[in-house]
Design a protein around this ligand. Structure first.
Ligand SMILES: [Zn+2]
Length: 495
Protein backbone atom coordinates (compact mmCIF):
# COMPACT_ATOMS: atom_id res chain seq x y z
CA UNK A 1 0.00 0.00 0.00
CA UNK A 2 1.34 3.44 -0.92
CA UNK A 3 1.59 6.28 1.57
CA UNK A 4 -1.42 8.05 0.03
CA UNK A 5 -3.57 4.97 0.69
CA UNK A 6 -2.33 4.74 4.28
CA UNK A 7 -2.96 8.45 4.74
CA UNK A 8 -6.52 8.15 3.43
CA UNK A 9 -7.13 5.30 5.84
CA UNK A 10 -5.74 7.37 8.73
CA UNK A 11 -7.78 10.49 7.91
CA UNK A 12 -10.98 8.63 7.04
CA UNK A 13 -12.74 10.03 10.13
CA UNK A 14 -11.78 13.58 9.08
CA UNK A 15 -10.03 14.31 12.38
CA UNK A 16 -6.58 15.88 12.29
CA UNK A 17 -4.59 15.37 15.49
CA UNK A 18 -0.94 16.00 16.45
CA UNK A 19 -0.53 12.19 16.75
CA UNK A 20 -1.68 11.61 13.19
CA UNK A 21 0.60 14.39 11.95
CA UNK A 22 3.53 12.76 13.71
CA UNK A 23 2.66 9.37 12.23
CA UNK A 24 2.45 10.91 8.76
CA UNK A 25 5.82 12.65 9.11
CA UNK A 26 7.41 9.37 10.22
CA UNK A 27 6.03 7.65 7.10
CA UNK A 28 7.64 10.15 4.68
CA UNK A 29 11.47 10.12 4.70
CA UNK A 30 12.08 13.74 3.51
CA UNK A 31 9.75 15.02 6.23
CA UNK A 32 11.09 12.67 8.84
CA UNK A 33 14.68 13.77 8.10
CA UNK A 34 13.78 17.45 8.57
CA UNK A 35 14.58 17.28 12.29
CA UNK A 36 15.04 21.04 12.70
CA UNK A 37 11.61 22.10 11.46
CA UNK A 38 11.15 25.37 13.41
CA UNK A 39 7.35 25.11 13.18
CA UNK A 40 7.47 22.48 15.95
CA UNK A 41 9.82 24.28 18.37
CA UNK A 42 8.62 25.40 21.77
CA UNK A 43 7.78 29.11 22.03
CA UNK A 44 11.08 29.89 23.76
CA UNK A 45 13.19 27.91 21.29
CA UNK A 46 11.43 29.55 18.37
CA UNK A 47 12.04 33.02 19.83
CA UNK A 48 15.75 32.23 20.06
CA UNK A 49 15.97 31.13 16.43
CA UNK A 50 14.03 34.14 15.25
CA UNK A 51 15.92 36.65 17.36
CA UNK A 52 19.24 35.25 16.16
CA UNK A 53 18.18 35.57 12.51
CA UNK A 54 16.67 39.01 13.08
CA UNK A 55 19.92 40.37 14.52
CA UNK A 56 21.83 39.28 11.40
CA UNK A 57 19.10 40.69 9.16
CA UNK A 58 19.19 44.05 10.96
CA UNK A 59 22.94 44.28 10.60
CA UNK A 60 22.69 43.51 6.87
CA UNK A 61 19.88 46.05 6.38
CA UNK A 62 21.82 48.81 8.15
CA UNK A 63 24.88 48.13 6.04
CA UNK A 64 23.56 47.00 2.66
CA UNK A 65 19.91 48.05 2.19
CA UNK A 66 19.79 51.49 0.51
CA UNK A 67 16.26 52.06 1.83
CA UNK A 68 16.72 50.94 5.44
CA UNK A 69 20.21 52.46 5.71
CA UNK A 70 18.65 55.85 4.95
CA UNK A 71 15.58 55.25 7.10
CA UNK A 72 17.61 54.21 10.16
CA UNK A 73 19.75 57.34 9.79
CA UNK A 74 16.73 59.59 9.36
CA UNK A 75 14.86 58.17 12.34
CA UNK A 76 17.93 57.77 14.55
CA UNK A 77 17.51 54.01 14.79
CA UNK A 78 20.46 52.07 16.09
CA UNK A 79 20.18 48.73 14.24
CA UNK A 80 22.00 46.62 16.90
CA UNK A 81 19.37 47.79 19.43
CA UNK A 82 16.74 45.75 17.54
CA UNK A 83 17.61 42.44 19.13
CA UNK A 84 14.29 40.64 19.44
CA UNK A 85 11.01 40.21 17.64
CA UNK A 86 9.46 42.44 20.33
CA UNK A 87 11.98 45.20 19.54
CA UNK A 88 10.55 45.36 16.01
CA UNK A 89 7.89 47.71 17.32
CA UNK A 90 10.56 50.43 17.42
CA UNK A 91 10.77 50.31 13.61
CA UNK A 92 8.41 52.31 11.41
CA UNK A 93 6.15 50.36 9.07
CA UNK A 94 7.01 50.03 5.39
CA UNK A 95 4.11 50.60 3.01
CA UNK A 96 3.46 49.30 -0.51
CA UNK A 97 3.93 52.85 -1.74
CA UNK A 98 7.42 53.06 -0.16
CA UNK A 99 8.34 49.82 -1.92
CA UNK A 100 6.77 50.67 -5.27
CA UNK A 101 8.54 54.02 -5.46
CA UNK A 102 11.88 52.24 -5.78
CA UNK A 103 11.87 48.42 -5.44
CA UNK A 104 15.61 48.31 -6.10
CA UNK A 105 16.28 50.25 -2.89
CA UNK A 106 15.04 47.20 -0.94
CA UNK A 107 17.50 44.82 -2.59
CA UNK A 108 20.63 44.31 -0.48
CA UNK A 109 23.75 45.66 -2.17
CA UNK A 110 26.10 43.12 -0.66
CA UNK A 111 29.85 43.39 -1.11
CA UNK A 112 32.12 40.61 -2.30
CA UNK A 113 33.12 39.63 1.22
CA UNK A 114 29.71 37.97 1.62
CA UNK A 115 29.18 34.25 0.89
CA UNK A 116 28.78 33.27 -2.79
CA UNK A 117 25.20 32.02 -2.29
CA UNK A 118 24.14 35.46 -1.09
CA UNK A 119 25.67 37.29 -4.03
CA UNK A 120 24.12 35.39 -6.92
CA UNK A 121 20.77 36.61 -8.22
CA UNK A 122 18.82 33.43 -8.86
CA UNK A 123 15.50 34.75 -10.16
CA UNK A 124 12.82 37.34 -9.70
CA UNK A 125 9.06 37.50 -9.57
CA UNK A 126 6.81 40.50 -10.05
CA UNK A 127 3.80 41.67 -8.12
CA UNK A 128 0.62 42.74 -9.82
CA UNK A 129 -1.99 45.24 -8.77
CA UNK A 130 0.25 48.20 -8.09
CA UNK A 131 -1.33 51.63 -8.14
CA UNK A 132 0.99 52.86 -10.89
CA UNK A 133 0.20 49.84 -13.04
CA UNK A 134 3.89 48.95 -13.32
CA UNK A 135 4.70 45.69 -11.55
CA UNK A 136 7.34 45.80 -8.82
CA UNK A 137 10.29 43.41 -8.89
CA UNK A 138 11.01 41.07 -6.01
CA UNK A 139 14.57 39.63 -6.21
CA UNK A 140 15.77 36.25 -4.94
CA UNK A 141 19.40 35.25 -4.47
CA UNK A 142 20.55 31.61 -4.37
CA UNK A 143 20.43 31.89 -0.55
CA UNK A 144 16.75 32.89 -0.81
CA UNK A 145 15.91 30.21 -3.35
CA UNK A 146 17.42 27.48 -1.21
CA UNK A 147 15.64 28.84 1.88
CA UNK A 148 12.43 28.87 -0.13
CA UNK A 149 12.94 25.29 -1.26
CA UNK A 150 13.06 24.22 2.39
CA UNK A 151 10.00 26.42 3.05
CA UNK A 152 8.17 24.42 0.35
CA UNK A 153 9.19 21.06 1.79
CA UNK A 154 7.73 22.30 5.07
CA UNK A 155 4.57 23.75 3.53
CA UNK A 156 4.01 20.49 1.62
CA UNK A 157 4.34 18.69 4.94
CA UNK A 158 1.55 20.87 6.38
CA UNK A 159 -0.75 20.23 3.42
CA UNK A 160 -0.14 16.45 3.48
CA UNK A 161 1.62 16.22 0.10
CA UNK A 162 3.30 12.86 -0.50
CA UNK A 163 6.70 12.95 -2.27
CA UNK A 164 7.06 10.24 -4.90
CA UNK A 165 3.30 9.77 -5.17
CA UNK A 166 1.49 13.07 -5.57
CA UNK A 167 1.23 14.69 -9.00
CA UNK A 168 0.45 18.41 -8.91
CA UNK A 169 -1.55 20.21 -11.54
CA UNK A 170 -0.53 23.87 -11.87
CA UNK A 171 -3.72 25.64 -12.95
CA UNK A 172 -2.34 29.16 -12.55
CA UNK A 173 -2.41 30.89 -15.93
CA UNK A 174 0.68 31.53 -17.98
CA UNK A 175 0.47 35.31 -18.01
CA UNK A 176 2.55 38.24 -19.24
CA UNK A 177 3.96 38.93 -15.77
CA UNK A 178 6.30 36.44 -14.02
CA UNK A 179 3.86 36.08 -11.19
CA UNK A 180 4.84 34.27 -8.02
CA UNK A 181 1.92 31.83 -8.12
CA UNK A 182 2.69 30.23 -11.49
CA UNK A 183 6.45 30.02 -10.90
CA UNK A 184 6.36 28.92 -7.29
CA UNK A 185 3.76 26.20 -7.87
CA UNK A 186 6.41 24.56 -10.05
CA UNK A 187 9.18 25.26 -7.50
CA UNK A 188 7.08 23.98 -4.61
CA UNK A 189 6.15 20.71 -6.29
CA UNK A 190 9.73 20.03 -7.30
CA UNK A 191 10.99 20.93 -3.82
CA UNK A 192 8.61 18.41 -2.27
CA UNK A 193 9.61 15.67 -4.70
CA UNK A 194 6.25 15.67 -6.46
CA UNK A 195 5.74 15.54 -10.23
CA UNK A 196 4.08 18.57 -11.76
CA UNK A 197 1.97 19.24 -14.86
CA UNK A 198 0.93 22.75 -15.95
CA UNK A 199 -2.26 23.78 -17.71
CA UNK A 200 -0.82 26.84 -19.47
CA UNK A 201 -4.17 28.49 -19.92
CA UNK A 202 -4.25 32.27 -20.09
CA UNK A 203 -4.57 35.26 -22.36
CA UNK A 204 -3.53 34.28 -25.92
CA UNK A 205 -0.59 36.04 -27.59
CA UNK A 206 -1.05 37.07 -31.24
CA UNK A 207 2.35 35.74 -32.37
CA UNK A 208 2.98 32.86 -30.01
CA UNK A 209 0.18 30.29 -29.91
CA UNK A 210 1.39 28.71 -26.68
CA UNK A 211 -1.76 28.77 -24.54
CA UNK A 212 -4.07 25.81 -24.05
CA UNK A 213 -7.81 25.88 -23.86
CA UNK A 214 -9.53 25.11 -20.58
CA UNK A 215 -10.84 21.79 -21.93
CA UNK A 216 -7.33 20.74 -22.99
CA UNK A 217 -6.00 21.65 -19.54
CA UNK A 218 -8.71 19.51 -17.91
CA UNK A 219 -7.87 16.59 -20.21
CA UNK A 220 -4.18 16.96 -19.35
CA UNK A 221 -4.95 16.81 -15.65
CA UNK A 222 -7.10 13.73 -16.27
CA UNK A 223 -4.48 12.02 -18.49
CA UNK A 224 -1.72 12.39 -15.89
CA UNK A 225 -4.07 11.38 -13.07
CA UNK A 226 -3.00 14.45 -11.08
CA UNK A 227 -3.81 14.09 -7.41
CA UNK A 228 -3.90 17.81 -6.54
CA UNK A 229 -4.54 21.05 -8.39
CA UNK A 230 -3.53 24.58 -7.46
CA UNK A 231 -5.12 27.71 -8.87
CA UNK A 232 -7.11 30.87 -8.21
CA UNK A 233 -10.18 29.92 -6.15
CA UNK A 234 -12.91 31.24 -8.48
CA UNK A 235 -11.07 29.79 -11.48
CA UNK A 236 -10.72 26.37 -9.86
CA UNK A 237 -14.44 26.25 -9.24
CA UNK A 238 -15.13 26.93 -12.93
CA UNK A 239 -12.45 24.38 -13.81
CA UNK A 240 -14.29 21.71 -11.80
CA UNK A 241 -17.68 22.76 -13.22
CA UNK A 242 -16.34 22.46 -16.77
CA UNK A 243 -14.82 19.07 -15.91
CA UNK A 244 -18.34 17.97 -14.92
CA UNK A 245 -19.76 19.23 -18.21
CA UNK A 246 -17.24 17.30 -20.31
CA UNK A 247 -17.48 14.25 -18.06
CA UNK A 248 -13.85 14.11 -16.91
CA UNK A 249 -12.65 11.36 -14.58
CA UNK A 250 -11.18 12.96 -11.45
CA UNK A 251 -11.23 9.81 -9.32
CA UNK A 252 -7.48 10.27 -8.64
CA UNK A 253 -7.93 13.79 -7.18
CA UNK A 254 -7.19 14.12 -3.44
CA UNK A 255 -7.81 17.80 -3.25
CA UNK A 256 -7.72 21.28 -4.69
CA UNK A 257 -5.83 24.24 -3.30
CA UNK A 258 -8.15 27.15 -4.06
CA UNK A 259 -5.82 30.11 -3.66
CA UNK A 260 -5.30 33.80 -4.38
CA UNK A 261 -8.59 34.94 -2.93
CA UNK A 262 -10.92 33.88 -0.13
CA UNK A 263 -12.59 30.49 -0.51
CA UNK A 264 -15.48 30.56 1.97
CA UNK A 265 -16.95 27.42 3.49
CA UNK A 266 -19.97 27.38 1.18
CA UNK A 267 -17.71 27.47 -1.86
CA UNK A 268 -15.53 24.69 -0.46
CA UNK A 269 -18.53 22.46 0.18
CA UNK A 270 -19.81 23.14 -3.32
CA UNK A 271 -16.45 22.21 -4.87
CA UNK A 272 -16.09 19.11 -2.67
CA UNK A 273 -19.48 17.88 -3.81
CA UNK A 274 -18.59 18.46 -7.46
CA UNK A 275 -15.28 16.62 -7.09
CA UNK A 276 -17.12 13.70 -5.51
CA UNK A 277 -19.46 13.64 -8.50
CA UNK A 278 -16.31 13.43 -10.66
CA UNK A 279 -15.28 10.31 -8.77
CA UNK A 280 -12.91 11.72 -6.12
CA UNK A 281 -12.80 9.88 -2.78
CA UNK A 282 -13.11 12.25 0.24
CA UNK A 283 -11.48 15.23 -1.52
CA UNK A 284 -10.45 18.33 0.40
CA UNK A 285 -10.55 21.98 -0.65
CA UNK A 286 -7.80 24.00 0.97
CA UNK A 287 -7.37 27.73 1.11
CA UNK A 288 -4.08 29.41 2.08
CA UNK A 289 -2.65 32.83 2.80
CA UNK A 290 -0.24 33.52 -0.03
CA UNK A 291 1.73 36.65 -0.87
CA UNK A 292 4.65 37.54 -3.12
CA UNK A 293 6.68 38.74 -0.14
CA UNK A 294 6.88 35.18 1.22
CA UNK A 295 7.20 33.70 -2.29
CA UNK A 296 4.65 31.07 -1.38
CA UNK A 297 1.67 30.49 0.85
CA UNK A 298 0.79 29.68 4.43
CA UNK A 299 -1.36 26.52 4.13
CA UNK A 300 -3.97 24.89 6.36
CA UNK A 301 -3.36 21.56 8.10
CA UNK A 302 -7.13 21.03 8.33
CA UNK A 303 -10.09 22.94 6.98
CA UNK A 304 -10.26 26.37 8.63
CA UNK A 305 -7.56 25.46 11.18
CA UNK A 306 -5.68 28.65 10.24
CA UNK A 307 -2.99 29.37 7.68
CA UNK A 308 0.34 28.21 9.15
CA UNK A 309 3.66 29.94 8.64
CA UNK A 310 5.60 26.94 7.26
CA UNK A 311 8.99 28.37 8.18
CA UNK A 312 8.97 30.84 11.07
CA UNK A 313 12.76 31.18 10.84
CA UNK A 314 12.25 33.10 7.57
CA UNK A 315 9.18 35.24 8.13
CA UNK A 316 7.48 36.91 11.05
CA UNK A 317 3.87 38.02 10.84
CA UNK A 318 2.29 40.60 13.11
CA UNK A 319 -0.99 42.50 13.07
CA UNK A 320 -0.56 46.23 13.57
CA UNK A 321 -2.25 49.58 13.80
CA UNK A 322 -1.22 51.24 10.50
CA UNK A 323 -1.34 54.75 11.99
CA UNK A 324 0.83 54.22 15.06
CA UNK A 325 2.80 51.10 14.09
CA UNK A 326 1.80 49.50 17.38
CA UNK A 327 1.48 45.72 17.43
CA UNK A 328 -2.07 44.68 18.23
CA UNK A 329 -2.89 42.05 20.83
CA UNK A 330 -3.09 38.47 19.63
CA UNK A 331 -6.44 37.73 17.97
CA UNK A 332 -7.24 41.38 17.31
CA UNK A 333 -8.12 42.34 13.75
CA UNK A 334 -5.82 44.79 12.00
CA UNK A 335 -3.32 45.35 9.20
CA UNK A 336 -1.03 42.43 8.44
CA UNK A 337 2.73 43.13 8.34
CA UNK A 338 5.55 40.75 7.40
CA UNK A 339 9.21 41.01 8.40
CA UNK A 340 11.89 39.09 6.54
CA UNK A 341 14.35 37.61 9.01
CA UNK A 342 16.56 35.57 6.70
CA UNK A 343 16.68 37.08 3.21
CA UNK A 344 19.40 38.48 0.98
CA UNK A 345 17.64 39.71 -2.19
CA UNK A 346 14.65 41.95 -1.58
CA UNK A 347 14.31 42.53 2.16
CA UNK A 348 11.28 44.14 3.81
CA UNK A 349 10.81 44.97 7.47
CA UNK A 350 7.35 45.42 8.99
CA UNK A 351 5.90 45.59 5.50
CA UNK A 352 2.14 46.17 5.24
CA UNK A 353 0.68 43.57 2.89
CA UNK A 354 -2.51 45.56 2.34
CA UNK A 355 -4.67 42.98 4.09
CA UNK A 356 -6.84 43.09 7.17
CA UNK A 357 -6.29 39.92 9.15
CA UNK A 358 -5.92 38.22 12.49
CA UNK A 359 -3.02 36.19 13.84
CA UNK A 360 -2.53 33.71 16.66
CA UNK A 361 0.75 32.47 18.18
CA UNK A 362 -0.98 29.65 20.09
CA UNK A 363 -0.01 26.08 19.11
CA UNK A 364 -2.41 24.59 16.57
CA UNK A 365 -4.80 22.17 18.28
CA UNK A 366 -4.95 20.05 15.11
CA UNK A 367 -1.31 19.57 14.11
CA UNK A 368 0.58 20.88 17.14
CA UNK A 369 2.69 23.35 15.16
CA UNK A 370 3.78 26.41 17.14
CA UNK A 371 4.44 28.88 14.31
CA UNK A 372 1.93 31.69 13.89
CA UNK A 373 -1.35 31.13 12.06
CA UNK A 374 -3.60 33.57 10.22
CA UNK A 375 -7.10 33.02 11.60
CA UNK A 376 -10.48 33.66 9.92
CA UNK A 377 -11.64 37.25 10.38
CA UNK A 378 -15.24 36.80 9.39
CA UNK A 379 -17.00 33.50 8.94
CA UNK A 380 -14.63 31.43 6.88
CA UNK A 381 -12.54 34.18 5.26
CA UNK A 382 -8.91 34.71 6.29
CA UNK A 383 -8.34 38.25 5.12
CA UNK A 384 -9.80 41.11 3.23
CA UNK A 385 -7.93 43.70 1.18
CA UNK A 386 -7.75 47.03 2.96
CA UNK A 387 -8.92 48.80 -0.17
CA UNK A 388 -12.01 46.65 -0.24
CA UNK A 389 -13.46 48.12 2.93
CA UNK A 390 -16.14 50.34 1.45
CA UNK A 391 -18.48 53.04 2.56
CA UNK A 392 -22.00 52.59 1.28
CA UNK A 393 -24.86 54.88 2.27
CA UNK A 394 -22.45 56.31 4.84
CA UNK A 395 -21.88 52.94 6.50
CA UNK A 396 -18.54 51.18 6.42
CA UNK A 397 -19.16 47.65 5.23
CA UNK A 398 -16.89 44.65 4.94
CA UNK A 399 -17.31 42.97 1.55
CA UNK A 400 -15.59 39.88 2.99
CA UNK A 401 -18.56 39.36 5.30
CA UNK A 402 -20.93 39.97 2.44
CA UNK A 403 -19.17 37.48 0.16
CA UNK A 404 -19.08 34.88 2.90
CA UNK A 405 -22.82 35.28 3.48
CA UNK A 406 -23.67 34.90 -0.21
CA UNK A 407 -21.31 31.94 -0.78
CA UNK A 408 -22.97 30.04 2.01
CA UNK A 409 -26.42 30.16 0.43
CA UNK A 410 -26.04 27.55 -2.33
CA UNK A 411 -27.84 27.46 -5.67
CA UNK A 412 -25.51 30.14 -7.08
CA UNK A 413 -23.04 29.58 -9.93
CA UNK A 414 -21.54 33.07 -9.99
CA UNK A 415 -22.33 36.32 -8.28
CA UNK A 416 -21.13 39.89 -8.11
CA UNK A 417 -21.67 42.63 -5.58
CA UNK A 418 -22.12 46.02 -7.27
CA UNK A 419 -22.03 49.39 -5.56
CA UNK A 420 -23.84 51.87 -7.73
CA UNK A 421 -26.18 54.87 -7.66
CA UNK A 422 -29.97 54.94 -7.61
CA UNK A 423 -29.74 57.30 -10.59
CA UNK A 424 -26.53 56.49 -12.50
CA UNK A 425 -26.63 59.88 -14.27
CA UNK A 426 -26.70 61.74 -10.98
CA UNK A 427 -23.45 61.30 -8.99
CA UNK A 428 -25.09 62.75 -5.92
CA UNK A 429 -28.04 60.37 -5.84
CA UNK A 430 -28.20 57.69 -3.17
CA UNK A 431 -25.93 54.68 -3.12
CA UNK A 432 -27.47 51.40 -4.17
CA UNK A 433 -26.38 47.84 -3.48
CA UNK A 434 -26.97 45.38 -6.32
CA UNK A 435 -26.25 41.66 -6.21
CA UNK A 436 -25.93 40.07 -9.67
CA UNK A 437 -26.54 36.35 -9.59
CA UNK A 438 -26.23 33.48 -12.06
CA UNK A 439 -28.39 30.78 -10.44
CA UNK A 440 -27.80 27.03 -10.73
CA UNK A 441 -31.25 26.33 -12.15
CA UNK A 442 -32.69 27.67 -15.38
CA UNK A 443 -35.35 29.75 -13.68
CA UNK A 444 -34.36 31.86 -10.67
CA UNK A 445 -36.58 31.08 -7.74
CA UNK A 446 -38.28 33.51 -5.40
CA UNK A 447 -36.87 31.43 -2.56
CA UNK A 448 -33.29 32.07 -3.72
CA UNK A 449 -34.04 35.78 -4.00
CA UNK A 450 -35.37 35.84 -0.46
CA UNK A 451 -32.37 33.92 0.90
CA UNK A 452 -29.90 36.32 -0.73
CA UNK A 453 -31.81 39.37 0.50
CA UNK A 454 -31.85 38.02 4.02
CA UNK A 455 -28.16 37.09 4.03
CA UNK A 456 -27.13 40.50 2.69
CA UNK A 457 -29.36 42.30 5.17
CA UNK A 458 -27.61 40.44 7.97
CA UNK A 459 -24.07 41.03 6.66
CA UNK A 460 -24.33 44.61 5.42
CA UNK A 461 -27.39 45.87 7.22
CA UNK A 462 -28.99 47.05 3.98
CA UNK A 463 -31.50 45.72 1.48
CA UNK A 464 -30.01 44.81 -1.91
CA UNK A 465 -31.55 44.75 -5.35
CA UNK A 466 -31.16 41.24 -6.79
CA UNK A 467 -30.51 40.96 -10.54
CA UNK A 468 -30.52 37.51 -12.11
CA UNK A 469 -28.37 36.96 -15.23
CA UNK A 470 -28.85 34.11 -17.68
CA UNK A 471 -25.23 32.95 -18.02
CA UNK A 472 -22.36 32.77 -15.50
CA UNK A 473 -20.08 34.13 -18.26
CA UNK A 474 -21.84 37.49 -17.92
CA UNK A 475 -20.26 37.76 -14.49
CA UNK A 476 -16.98 35.89 -14.85
CA UNK A 477 -15.39 34.77 -18.10
CA UNK A 478 -12.21 32.81 -17.29
CA UNK A 479 -10.99 33.40 -20.86
CA UNK A 480 -10.94 37.13 -20.22
CA UNK A 481 -9.77 37.51 -16.66
CA UNK A 482 -7.74 35.76 -14.02
CA UNK A 483 -10.16 36.14 -11.13
CA UNK A 484 -13.84 36.76 -10.81
CA UNK A 485 -14.53 40.38 -9.88
CA UNK A 486 -16.72 39.82 -6.86
CA UNK A 487 -16.88 43.46 -5.83
CA UNK A 488 -17.54 46.14 -8.41
CA UNK A 489 -17.72 49.79 -7.38
CA UNK A 490 -19.40 51.76 -10.16
CA UNK A 491 -19.92 54.94 -8.21
CA UNK A 492 -18.17 58.05 -9.58
CA UNK A 493 -15.13 59.21 -7.64
CA UNK A 494 -16.04 62.30 -5.62
CA UNK A 495 -13.60 65.14 -5.91
ZN1 LIG B 1 -2.31 22.92 12.30
Amino acid sequence: MGIIEKLKEMLRDGEVTPEKVKKFIDMVPPYQEDKNDPAFLTGKELDEVRNRNLRVQMELCAKYSPYYHELFKECGIDAPSIKTIDDLEKLPLTTKLDYMKNPEAFKLKLDLTRPFYELILWDLTMTTGTTTGIPSIFWNTTHDFYAQTLFFIRSSKISWAVPGEDITFNAFPLGPIPHMAYIRTLTASLAAGCAVVAGHTGMPHPDFPIHRRLDDAIKLMEAYKCTAALGIASYMRRFVMRAQEIGADFSHVRGIHALGEPCPKGMRDDMTRRLEELGADSPTIGNAYGFTECQGAFPECAELAGCHNPDPSLYFIEVVNPETGERLAEGEQGHVAVTHINRRGTVLLRYLLGDIGKVTYEPCPYCGRTSERMMPISGSIYSTRTKELVKLKGTLINPGLLMDAIENIGGIVEYQVVFTKVDPSDPYSLDKLVIRVAPTGEIPSEKLKASITEAVLKAAEMRPEIQFVSSPFEIFDPRQSLKATRILDQRPVMK
